[in-house]
Design a protein around this ligand. Structure first.
Ligand code: PLP
Length: 396
């Protein structure tokens, strides 16, 4: 292997050295329970408070509006179940989109089984929410709208401020799953009129297993985990101090380097996209401009996504596909079909997501290896000969 290039930062990110260094003492030295009265317990509590300030600052919230959770998934569950349960008497209707992460979609399905009603909004071919459909879907009994800030498979950034304004005008609470966006693009929960927001540490160079839910002051929500009453009675369980410290450090780093990271990653991403699109019968998925700085996503005709990922791995490149089998099903991801791709085309999906640790040489290496790998797979493909004489004519 000539080089190792990790280009799957939407799946998870490496823990930054500064983050690891600053969290380590909370595993070995200040290991006290944050509820304990002696000094190593108080040290732990103080560190949690400081982290809360840093995470709040990243999204322009108040520290008291941040609840630490065990993951982005838990934050999403808490937002949807916590709000729908608390508003049960007044409203039984939830609106979300058809391209959300399963942390939202499967939670919505559970709520349906409990008797709640859910509307799944369609998106356009770039993955953008259809605003008129949202307006039409809001009913007198709508309790919550939950629309992701940025899509994990195609990187499209939704018009969150516009959605926030519509919800606020209609008197409906608005949650956004910002797991892919937080730390990567600038977020102001007040300007964007967001009532609840989920984020996750491992998507921004903190470890796995730590997340947070922003809950705007005054929003009533039920806990989904009962116990010792930590996190203002909303999320019981002894605090993961080291994880919380790590999230705080990662949030502060992301905030202070936001603009330079956006500029550098966007330039690398665009060069990557331009190079990959030189491969015949290859198409960009997601919005061409309104997309996450590090996310490049494609469909490559007459290619099977899983074979592509495995062959890239043999060349030292980590990428991902929403094509098939990962869940044991033969269907491609709901996001790819949600933007209108046929199963055939969606089977050749490839997602390459750059992070702060990537550099221009990584992009060069991908652009050298990917066309070779595609050519090799196509040379073995029984459908390629037929396909190249009769391309799909796909415009994505
Ligand atoms: N929401 C989105 C958009 C995601 O991309 C992910 C993870 O990939 C999650 C939620 C779940 O976050 P976590 O892995 O922290 O549970």
């Amino acid at each position: 292997m000539e080089r190792f290039v990790y280009a799957d930062n939407a799946a998870t990110t490496p823990v930054a050295e500064k983050v690891a260094n600053e969290m380590m003492p909370f595993l070995t030295k200040y290991y006290g329970n944050a509820s304990s009265l002696y000094s190593i317990g108080r040290d732990s509590r103080k560190a949690i408070m400081e982290s809360r300030e840093k995470v709040a600052s990243l999204i322009k919230a108040q520290p008291a509006e941040i609840i630490f959770t065990g993951s982005g998934t838990e934050a999403d569950n808490m937002a949807l179940k916590g709000i729908m349960h608390s508003k049960r008497a007044k409203g039984k209707h939830l609106i979300t989109s058809s391209i959300e992460h399963h942390a939202i979609l499967h939670t919505a399905k559970t709520l349906e089984k409990e008797g709640f009603e859910v509307t799944y909004l369609p998106v356009d071919k770039d993955g953008l929410i259809l605003i008129d459909e949202l307006k039409a879907a809001i009913r007198p009994d709508t309790a919550l709208v939950s629309i992701m800030m940025a899509n994990n498979e195609i990187g499209t950034i939704e018009p969150i401020a516009e959605i926030g304004a519509i919800c606020r005008d209609a008197g409906v609470l608005f949650h956004t799953d910002a797991v892919q966006a937080a730390g990567h693009i600038s977020i102001d929960v007040n300007e964007m009129k967001i009532d609840l927001l989920s984020l996750s540490g491992h998507k921004m160079n903190a470890p796995k297993g730590i997340g947070a839910l922003y809950i705007r002051k005054g929003v009533m929500i039920n806990p989904i985990i009962d116990g010792g009453g930590q996190e203002r009675n909303l999320r019981s369980g002894t605090e993961n101090t080291a994880g919380i410290v790590a999230l705080g450090v990662a949030a502060a780093e992301a905030e202070s380097h936001m603009q330079e990271n956006i500029t550098r990653l966007t330039a690398m991403r665009d060069r990557l996209i331009e190079g990959v699109l030189k491969i015949p019968y290859c198409h960009l998925t997601g919005h061409p401009k309104k997309r996450l700085p590090g996310t490049a996503s494609f469909v490559i005709e007459a290619i099977e996504g899983e074979s592509l990922v495995l062959l890239l791995d043999l060349n030292g490149i980590c990428g991902s596909t929403g094509s098939a089998c990962s869940t044991g099903s033969l269907d491609p991801s709901h996001v790819l079909t949600g933007i209108g791709l046929s199963h055939d085309i969606a089977h050749g999906s490839l997602r390459l997501t750059l992070g702060v640790q990537n550099n221009e040489e990584d992009v060069d290496y991908i652009l050298e290896k990917l066309p070779q790998v595609v050519e090799r797979l196509r040379s073995m493909s029984p459908v390629w000969d037929a396909q190249k004489n009769c391309p799909s004519g796909l415009k994505v």
